[in-house]
Design a protein around this ligand. Structure first.
Ligand code: NAD
Length: 475
């Protein structure tokens, strides 16, 4: 795995000797190492991305689409190898990793189709005989930064959209989970992507972002990760007037109205909560439950949480794997301890499991006061906060209390409630009466501190396009 950098069409260990350790979080054991890119490697990638942009932007949308479809077919063919690599390094159960691998191919296919629909428009002119056109052009070479929670699923949204639009890209992928990403990039390479169009680097995140973002070659920054890092990268990009897409953290409210079915909704809610051990930016975190249903909902939810089979993701019976790394254990445990000290009721979980591997028990906290840190900070782990509310307006006020605005969920049988929630919840995405976020064809993104811009849908392609206006008279 040492030749983990893909720069100008060549797999390389880079010009330096620094290496990062890659761990299996289920066993706390090292499984490999990843090359750390040095400034010289980044400069080669910048030169390659800049040079190849001149030809890639002129490659027809039809040809770009054909190459993307070929890459998607290779991802499908290698789905099981990619699945195993995701589970080994990130920890999620094989069934979830398999879904991620297949969604990765879906996303490439969606952008392959959308590449051919980067339409402009003709605007009626006030001058006789004049033609006014707005056309869409690729914005230029992109620097993309993606996290470890969906090693392929997060990065492919950036790679596929950029390539479809005609942009070249330097992708800084997560050092914790390199193998599946390397396998993904190999699919693009073998599909026949010209050298330099897609470059993959790993390294020290701050070193890479502080070198790539100011470079005059880079025209667009796309980042998925935490709010503090997003704030830092957006301000750096602002200094150099670079466009940004920022997909940051969330603290998703999950509204359960008094007319909802507590049995059905607690089953669905617990399933969503503990997926990927809660390490999902749209994971429901604040369950806001109508008071008459609260006790029943908590009991049912905690019962499901307590029975989940937690273990090595590669074992068939496992329903929830380890946290991705030891940093998450300390962060999640700290939030739970603080909530209990502040007066929250620990209904189930609340402790690390074993000493080997980074396992944490699925946890339910009820009646958590606003003074607890978990009511303000994104937990990003297997913990649900279930609080009671006496009215829908109070639930909406609580939903909107935080500066986050990424995902939100609501369950009700009333169309009046649905209309009110749709209108008044401040969130980039709302899913009502089911779990319906993150399909390739739908926009995915947040508002407020959760970031800006969309990945997915036709908006995802737009993020890599610039509008050029052409006004013309005569032949
Ligand atoms: P972190 O804040 O250290 O890192 C988050 C991500 O940003 C990582 O992928 C990291 O490589 C990258 N990063 C950090 N500093 C960077 C820099 N200067 N330049 C470029 N990239 C940089 O946190 P962590 O412990 O790895 O993850 C925990 C937190 O990250 C969570 O609390 C969650 O908010 C956030 N996160 C969000 C998502 C998401 O899907 N939005 C995914 C993973 C992590």
């Amino acid at each position: 795995m040492t030749k983990s950098l893909f720069i100008n069409g060549v797999w390389t260990a880079g010009s330096g000797t620094r290496r990062g350790r890659v761990m299996d979080p289920a066993r706390s054991q090292q499984t490999g190492e990843v090359a750390i890119a040095e400034v010289a490697d980044l400069d080669t990638a910048l030169e390659a991305a800049g040079r190849s942009f001149a030809t890639w932007r002129k490659t027809t949308a039809y040809e770009r689409s054909r190459l993307l479809l070929k890459a998607a077919a290779l991802v499908r063919a290698r789905g099981e190898a990619i699945t195993a690599a995701i589970t080994r390094e990130q920890g999620k159960p094989l069934a979830e990793a398999r879904l991620e691998a297949s969604a990765t191919a879906d996303i490439i296919e969606w952008y392959a189709e959308e590449a051919r629909r980067a339409y402009g428009r003709v605007i009626p002119s006030r001058l006789p005989g004049a033609r006014q056109m707005a056309i869409q052009e690729p914005v230029g070479p992109v620097a993309a930064f993606s996290p470890w929670n969906f090693p392929c699923g997060q990065l492919v949204r950036k790679i596929a959209a950029a390539l479809a639009a005609g942009c070249t890209i330097i992708a800084k992928a997560p050092e914790e989970t390199p193998s599946s990403v390397i396998a993904l990039v190999e699919c693009f390479e073998e599909a026949g992507l010209p050298p330099g169009v897609l470059n993959l680097v790993f390294g020290i995140p701050a070193e890479i972002s502080s070198h790539l973002i100011p470079s005059p070659i880079i025209r667009k920054i796309s980042f998925t990760g935490s709010v503090p890092v997003g704030r830092h990268l957006a301000s750096l990009a602002g200094q150099y007037l670079k466009r940004t897409t920022m997909e940051l953290g969330g603290h998703a409210p999950f509204i359960v109205c008094d007319d909802a079915d507590p049995a059905a909704v607690s089953t669905l809610g617990a399933g969503m909560k503990f997926r990927n051990a809660g390490q999902i930016c749209t994971s429901p975190t604040r369950f806001l439950v109508a008071a008459p249903l609260h006790a029943d909902f908590v009991t049912r939810f905690a019962d499901i949480a307590g029975k989940l089979v937690v273990g090595n993701g590669s074992e068939a019976e496992t329903q929830m794997g380890p946290l991705a790394h030891a940093r998450r254990i300390d962060a999640v445990d700290g939030l739970i301890r603080d909530a209990i000290e502040q007066g929250a009721t620990l209904v189930t979980g609340g402790k690390r499991i074993g000493n080997e591997g980074t396992f944490y028990a699925p946890t339910v906290l009820a009646d958590v006061p606003l003074s607890a840190r978990i009511m303000h900070e994104e937990p990003f782990g297997p913990v649900a906060v279930i609080n009671r509310f006496t009215s829908l307006p109070d639930m909406i006020t609580e939903a909107n209390r935080l500066p986050y605005g990424l995902g939100a969920y609501a369950f009700t049988r009333s169309s009046a409630n649905i209309a009110r929630i749709s209108d008044d919840v401040e969130s980039g995405m709302i899913s009502i009466n089911h779990f319906g976020l993150a399909a390739p064809e739908t926009p995915f993104g947040g508002i407020k501190d959760s970031g800006h811009g969309s990945e997915g849908g036709s908006e995802g392609l737009q993020a890599y396009l610039a509008t050029k206006f052409i006004s013309q008279v005569g032949a």
